[in-house]
Design a protein around this ligand. Structure first.
Ligand SMILES: NC(=O)C1=CN([C@@H]2O[C@H](COP(=O)(O)OP(=O)(O)OC[C@H]3O[C@@H](n4cnc5c(N)ncnc54)[C@H](O)[C@@H]3O)[C@@H](O)[C@H]2O)C=CC1
Ligand SMILES: O=C(O)[C@@H]1CCC=N1
Length: 277
C-alpha cells in the first residue's frame, strides 16, 4: 500500500519541496503526487524537478488521494481548508502549518476529523528532519501509520498526546534550525574578527557543529558531561563559557524558545474558537 500511496500538497513552497524530495526517494513515485499552488512558476519548477502533476486550484483529483498535505502559511490555512470540503471522503489531512489547531481545522470543515497536525523542519530537505505529530481521535491506526511513514521519509518523528505540546515542538525543532544558523553566523563573525578568513570561519563553525552534534548523538553520557570534557579548569573554553554565563546567554536562549512557543499559541488563538466562528 505504501508505494502506491497517493498524496496531494496544497502549497508548493519550501516545505512541500523538502517533503516531496524525501517521498520520492523513500515512499512513492511522481505519478502519485499532485501539487496545488496559486503560483504557476512554483508549479512549473515542481513539475520539472520532480515530474509531479500540478494544478492552480483544487479539483476532483483530490477525492482520489490517500492523504492531503496542507503546506500553506498559517494565515492562508482557513481559506484553503474550507475549499477542500467538496472533495473529502475519509482521506487524511496532514497540516504542517505552525500554530493552527487541528480542532479548529475540524470545526472549519463542519466536523471532519481525519486530521493529523505536524511540525517538521527544514533539514527535511536532506532527509535529516525532525517532525512532531498529533492526531485527532477519529484518525485510524492505519492513517496514523501513513502520516508517520510520510514524515519518516524526511527524518525522525515523535507523536504527542497533547496538541498544545506541538507549540513546544515548533519552538524547539521547527524553528530550531534558525537558532543553529544564528550561532554559526556568530561563530563565523568571531572567527573573522580574530583574523581568519570568512571561508575558514564558516568551515570551522560548521564542522564543529556537525562534529559536536554527531558526538552527542553517539555518546552514552549526558551532553553536560561532553561539555565538561572540553572545559579545562582555567582554560580557553572555561573563559568562553564564563563569558556566556555572565552575558546570560543560556537564559536568553531559553527565553527565545519560549517566545517562539508563545507565538505558536498566539497564532492558534488568533484563528481559534474565540476569535472566529
Ligand atoms: N519554513 C519552515 O522552516 C517551516 C515551515 N512550516 C510551516 O509550513 C508551512 C509552509 O511554509 P513554507 O513552505 O516555508 O512557505 P512557502 O511560502 O515557501 O510556501 C507556501 C506556498 O503556498 C502557496 N499558497 C499560498 N496560498 C495558497 C492557496 N490559497 N492555495 C494553494 N497554494 C497557496 C504559495 O504560493 C507558496 O508556494 C507554513 O504553514 C509554516 O508554518 C513548518 C515547519 C518548518
Ligand atoms: O517561523 C515559522 O513560523 C515557521 C514554523 C517553524 C519554522 N518556521
Amino acid at each position: 500500500m505504501q508505494n502506491k500511496m497517493k498524496i496531494a500538497f496544497i502549497g508548493g513552497g519550501n516545505m512541500a519541496n523538502a517533503l516531496i524530495g524525501g517521498l520520492l526517494k523513500n515512499l512513492t513515485t511522481a505519478e502519485h503526487i499532485h501539487v496545488i499552488d496559486l503560483n504557476q512558476s512554483s508549479l512549473d519548477k515542481l513539475s520539472s524537478d520532480f515530474g509531479v502533476s500540478t494544478a492552480l486550484a483544487a479539483d476532483a483529483r483530490l477525492a482520489q488521494m490517500d492523504a492531503i498535505i496542507l503546506a500553506v502559511k498559517p494565515q492562508q490555512l482557513r481559506e484553503v481548508v474550507q475549499g477542500l470540503s467538496p472533495y473529502l471522503n475519509e482521506q487524511l489531512l496532514i497540516s504542517i502549518a505552525a500554530g493552527i489547531r487541528a480542532t479548529d481545522m475540524a470545526r472549519w470543515l463542519g466536523g471532519y476529523e481525519k486530521i493529523v497536525r505536524t511540525m517538521p523542519n527544514t533539514p527535511a530537505l536532506i532527509g535529516q528532519g525532525m517532525t512532531g505529530l498529533f492526531a485527532l481521535a477519529a484518525v485510524s491506526a492505519e492513517q496514523k501509520q501513513m502520516a508517520e511513514h510520510i514524515m519518516q521519509a524526511v527524518g525522525a518523528t515523535t507523536w504527542l498526546d497533547d496538541e498544545s505540546l506541538l507549540d513546544a515542538v515548533t519552538a524547539v525543532s521547527g524553528s530550531g534550525p534558525a537558532y543553529v544558523f544564528y550561532f554559526i553566523e556568530a561563530m563565523q563573525q568571531a572567527a573573522t574578527e580574530l583574523g581568519l578568513s570568512p571561508e575558514q570561519g564558516l568551515q570551522l563553525a560548521m564542522t564543529t557543529f556537525n562534529g559536536a552534534a554527531q558526538l552527542a548523538l553517539q555518546a552514552t553520557e549526558p551532553v553536560s558531561v561532553l561539555r565538561e570534557r572540553v572545559t579545562s579548569k582555567g582554560g580557553t573554553t572555561y573563559a568562553a563559557l564564563t563569558s556566556m554565563e555572565n552575558a546570560g546567554v543560556k537564559l536568553a536562549i531559553v527565553n527565545a524558545v519560549k517566545a517562539a512557543a508563545a507565538r505558536g499559541k498566539e497564532l492558534g488563538d488568533e484563528f481559534g474558537k474565540d476569535s472566529q466562528q
